[in-house]
Design a protein around this ligand. Structure first.
Ligand code: FES
Length: 572
């Protein structure tokens, strides 16, 4: 794996992908010369290279531990005779991005793919964690198809406030709802603000970051057993060192993402998503990752799997525990062992070991308060369900495990907000004509809208209803919801309003019928009237005319295709 191999037309290490000066030998000589300016010896420059994607950023609190992880990965690479070289890419800190982090996931995936491809390396370790970073890295790695290992930064530890255990960000929302309803005051919410996110790492519950960590492990893209290790735990650093040590072996085995991300491993990942009661964003991101390998995910197949995959995990936002509890309860190995009869056990991980071989090892400690047996699940069916009907011909998603079952079969009057601005202006107005059994509808917040599909689907309960004790209502939108949120919230309605979807035609007072038992979502307005509204609809806002905003608006796909760019999906 040294540049000696270059003579056979398959250059390795520093000789890979030379800068083109029209003279190959000159290019290598110049590269080595400049590499030496960084103090590398000849011996080091003969070694195979493991690139390390360094996503530390002052705008990403979740990645505050990345520098230490990168150093640990380097140790591991050096122990196996490789040369570790870290390099930066875009880093996406969930709450620091406007209008929403999803808009930049595809940009980060392009950055990741192109920097893996453009720079000389024989394998790559992707250090990520915050919501959009792991999907972006897996999408980029799946397209670049170099041997790649995902290293998760790990979840935060919980904090304490007034004797209560708190974790971002399910508790953030619970306390904010209490504040809006007047149950706690300003000084109390200020004190809570300082205790919700108190360590390095990603949100402490089974939100999007944790869901995607578990999906990455299920796809075989991480070292087994590493998804749930807390960010502050010394095991996290040992996992980083072990990941660095594994990287060149993964390359030697030829275990590229195309060997690991397969129809079978994607189906395993869907099972895990459902058994976790995982984030609704998980289906969007997994669809985008699989799409990079030409593997379509059907929402109707999701429903089939959901009918036969129980929820086994008791973590917030659907249950009681936090990620640190999941880790100590047995973590992913315990969950995968419970699901084994439903999984494709011949799928490999970056180690080369199959899932079946992994699960043949003796089980470790298992806490049944957090991880249930398949025969005694927390819920008999999977956490997510796709809904179809004239309001969502290409599907919508409901996280039924985080919703109120008493609202699952309902017909209600629509109260419509035409945009995020309209929502912010009127939701708390005393004049808003709204009752507890109405259905709140938010339009124009899908992938192609100027809003860029933000996590605004968790429409607040109107203040006057919240103050009278209403805690949940049916809410429908073409945008997303944070994986840490809860409620009877229908998301990802496709097609979205911005491309003429029926959700954009709903008017105040229309009747909407939700039936979770029938997987259906219907707008009870006849086709003739909908066509009349379609013809009378106002012109859509102009799209951005330059820059990334234009690229995004021109090429982003709908939610059922993972909101990837059309030109980034695998060609047929
Ligand atoms: Fe980074 Fe929640 S803000 S994972």
């Amino acid at each position: 794996m040294s540049d000696d191999d270059s003579s056979n037309g398959n250059p390795k290490g520093i000789a890979r992908g030379l800068t083109n000066y029209g003279d190959r030998d000159f290019s290598l000589y110049l590269r080595r010369s400049f590499a030496k300016s960084m103090g590398y010896s000849d011996e080091m420059l003969e070694r195979p290279i493991v690139g390390i994607v360094n996503t530390a950023s002052g705008y990403n609190n979740c990645h505050r531990g990345v520098p230490e992880l990168v150093e640990a990965v380097k140790r591991g690479v050096l122990t196996r005779g490789g040369l570790p070289i870290d390099f930066p890419t875009i880093s996406l800190g969930e709450v620091f991005l406007n209008p929403t982090s999803l808009m930049f996931r595809n940009l980060m995936s392009m950055d990741t793919e192109e920097m893996i491809r453009a720079q000389p390396m024989d394998a790559v370790v992707l250090v990520g964690g915050c919501d959009k970073t792991v999907p972006a890295q897996l999408m980029g790695a799946a397209s670049a198809d170099l041997p790649s290992l995902q290293l998760i930064v790990g979840p935060m530890m919980t904090g304490r406030h007034a004797g209560e255990r708190l974790g971002a960000c399910t508790d953030c929302r619970r306390f904010w709802a209490d504040y809006r309803a007047g149950r706690i005051n300003k000084s109390q919410i200020s004190a809570i603000e300082g205790n919700l996110a108190t360590t390095i790492g990603t949100c402490a519950v089974m939100g999007t970051a944790s869901t995607m960590a578990c999906i990455a492990e299920t796809l075989g893209m991480t070292l087994p057993g590493t998804a749930a290790i807390p960010a502050v735990h010394a095991d996290r650093l040992r996992a980083a060192e072990a990941t660095g040590a594994q990287a060149l072996e993964t390359a030697r085995l030829g275990l590229t993402p195309s060997r690991l991300i397969t129809e079978k491993s994607v189906e395993n990942a869907l099972r895990v998503l459902l058994a976790l009661g995982g984030s609704t964003n998980g289906i969007l991101h997994l669809t985008a990752i699989a799409g990079r390998r030409g593997i379509p995910i059907s929402l109707r197949r999701l429903n089939e799997l959901s009918d036969s995959t129980p929820v086994l995990i008791n973590l917030k936002p659907t249950g009681d525990g936090y990620m640190e509890d999941f880790h100590t309860a047995g973590g992913m190995s315990a969950l995968l062992r419970e699901l084994a009869p439903l999984l494709h056990l011949d799928c490999q991980s970056v180690t080369g070991q199959t899932l079946g071989e992994r699960l043949a090892a003796a089980p470790g400690y298992l806490d049944r308060a957090i991880i249930r047996a398949r025969e005694a699940p927390f819920e008999a069916r999977g956490g997510l369900v796709a809904l179809f009907g004239n309001l969502a011909p290409s599907g919508a998603i409901l996280k039924r495990s985080a919703a109120d079952p008493t609202l699952f079969e309902a017909t209600g009057r629509a109260v419509v907000f035409t945009s995020l601005e309209d929502l912010a202006d009127r939701i708390d107005s005393d004049d808003l004509d709204v009752k507890a059994d109405d259905i709140l509808v938010l339009q124009n917040a899908g992938p192609k809208s100027p809003a860029g599909m933000p996590e605004a689907g968790y429409i607040p309960i109107p203040k006057k209803l919240a103050q009278s004790g209403v805690k949940d209502m049916i809410r429908i939108s073409d945008c997303r919801m944070s994986g840490t949120a809860f409620g009877t919230i229908v998301l990802h309605v496709t097609p979205e309003a911005a491309i003429g979807g029926a959700i954009g035609l709903v008017q105040d007072g229309d009747e909407i019928k939700l039936s979770v038992s029938n997987n259906s979502l219907e707008l009870l307005v006849d086709d003739e009237e909908l066509e009349r509204r379609r013809l009378a609809a106002p012109a859509r806002p102009a799209r951005p005319s330059r820059g990334y905003g234009k690229l995004y608006a021109d090429h982003v796909l709908q939610a059922d295709q993972g909101a990837d760019f059309d030109f980034l999906m695998a060609s047929e």
